[in-house]
Design a protein around this ligand. Sequence first.
Ligand SMILES: [Zn+2]
Length: 390
Amino acid sequence: MTRIIKCNKIFDGENFIVQNAVCIANNKVIDVLLITDDHENNYEGIEKYSGILVPGFVNAHCHLELSYLHNEFVSGGGMVEFLKQMLKKRKVEKNEIIYSSAHEWDKKMRDNGIVAVGDIVNTLDTLDIKKKSDIEYINFVEVFGLNRWRADKIFEASVKIFETFIANELCANIVPHSPYSLSERLWDDYLSFENKQRTNISSFHFMESKSEMELIQNGRSEISRYFIQDLALSVEDYQHIPEKFDFYLKRYLGKEEKIILVHNTYLNDEYFNSIAAFVDKIYFCFCPNANLFIENRLPNIEFIRKMSDKICIGTDSLASNHNLCIVDEINVLLKHFDMDLDEVLRWATSNGANALGVKDRYGYIQQGYSLPLNLIEMEGGLIKNFRVIK
Ligand SMILES: [Zn+2]
């Protein structure tokens, strides 16, 4: 059945456009139209809404498999406190609870108007959900581990997960977790991994916390003390960290075609120089609610948007967020930064779709693009209501 949706304004993924209506059928946009009040009678059964029609949202960074940790973590304690809680709570639940929570939140993300997700995986817990989901997932099989003697085993396990995703016709790649959580051996395993079936997109938690920054600058911080004292990791693994960071970061950025750097909470002038040569292939992903949850701090967005317009938005996991909802993330950005609505909508739609390599079907309102679309209503400079048009 063909439907015509008329609204106050349309944001097409890039800009506000003059047209104010879409014709939709068979789960696709068939046409984008300008229908003035005088000409409404020329169309039968127009559905009229107040608000702005925008593309389906793209969540560029999530961990669906951690959805069972919703409301389990105490906020505001910083990264080490967060890691401690993660170590204590992860995998204590039964598999059915892990599965049912992920299933529930896959549906909730769809209800929140999300069409595509860049999702970090460490397990196969979400595989069956993703095979049937209405959301398109780009899966990033994450490797981490500081014990160099276990590196090959860790990497082999990740390759198995990656191969299972590929065998199930799901899009996947193997990605490193962060600058501070891989042994040299594991970095080498990752850097030498080549597979034609992997996507050309990578994802990396980057400059997320104060203790990560101190580690990179001074070679030691609360994180390294925690790993060495509480997790009995070798002191040798924490030698020459600043040099190793630079060495592996450059190789990583050189290897991948497109990289989503996630968080960037502490990214500043000095460290921007170390990635500047690669900036054309980098998407900077902000997860503002997760940053507020863990460290009560937001990235220097003013600085980063001067350096790049390749910015996208993620929710991170429910261990550090209360919802998997891009509208909530947009509202935090609008509340804290002086920015125009079209800029942040671009981050939440077309930029995310470009980052995840799905721009031929999502991120825009154009003929042939897939539904759902979202209708947002503004009040006091924030998104007050939204509904999903499917
Ligand atoms: Zn994350």
